[in-house]
Design a protein around this ligand. Structure first.
Ligand code: HEM
Length: 190
């Protein structure tokens, strides 16, 4: 049977070596705390760049972020989380995972990403949309050089599909019939 890592590599197209190339450089020392705060803020918050207004029409472009995604199915995944908390959770995790102080664990304990994503439908489609937002956020965070961006994206892509693999396992377990009866899903072993 394929491991979660193997599934993540296959589905994301990023093997473990490329995904964990983030460990070859200390990205926290290279980029600094403020860059990680900006990245997560760019990821979650809507940022107005410009739009078409008035009779002559000036263009306003919107960079739509997670909390303002026009796709309700995706936006609703985050509807129970406070934006400020989500930003802090994410940048603290990134800081700690990319060579900085263990800010996330000091406040919340082990990241246990699969477990913490358990309440959410982390499907293939959701992963692609999450990654799309992250790509835009990385592009909008000007302090991130190309090499760091490539490393981070590989890590994010592999991890996103690792979470999808975890989500599918959860769903299979929930649907597995109980040994003692024939009622699938009633005795979820997760
Ligand atoms: C694959 C698509 C993904 C979806 C749909 C998703 C969804 C979510 C949601 C709804 C939350 C709750 C927001 C909060 O309160 O913090 C969350 C939290 C979080 N996510 Fe994701 N996520 C995805 C991918 C990822 C990836 C790739 C990473 C890491 C590289 C990640 C890291 C985190 C972290 C660290 C938290 C905070 C967990 C906590 O403290 O409870 N997520 N995610």
């Amino acid at each position: 049977m394929q491991s979660l890592q193997e599934k993540a590599a296959e589905w994301s197209g990023v093997d473990a070596e490329d995904a964990f190339a983030i460990d070859g450089t200390n990205l926290y020392e290279k980029l600094g705390l403020q860059t990680f705060i900006s990245l997560s803020t760019n990821f979650y918050e809507r940022e107005q760049i410009g739009c078409r207004t008035g009779k002559i029409g000036t263009w306003i472009f919107y960079m739509v972020r997670v909390y303002a995604d026009e796709e309700e199915w995706f936006r609703s995944i985050f509807s129970k989380s406070k934006k400020e908390d989500a930003i802090q959770n994410q940048y603290e995790f990134f800081v700690q995972r990319m060579g900085g102080p263990p800010l996330y664990s000091q406040r919340k304990g082990h990241p246990a990403l699969i477990g913490r994503h358990r309440p959410f439908p982390v499907t293939h489609r959701a992963a692609e949309r999450w990654l799309n937002h992250m790509q835009q956020a990385l592009d909008a965070t000007s302090d991130i050089d190309l090499d760091s961006k490539t490393k981070m994206l590989n890590f994010f892509r592999h991890t996103a599909f690792f979470l999808v693999a975890g989500d599918e396992l959860k769903n299979q377990n929930q649907a597995a019939p109980c040994k003692n009866c024939k009622h699938p899903g009633k005795h979820a072993a997760v």
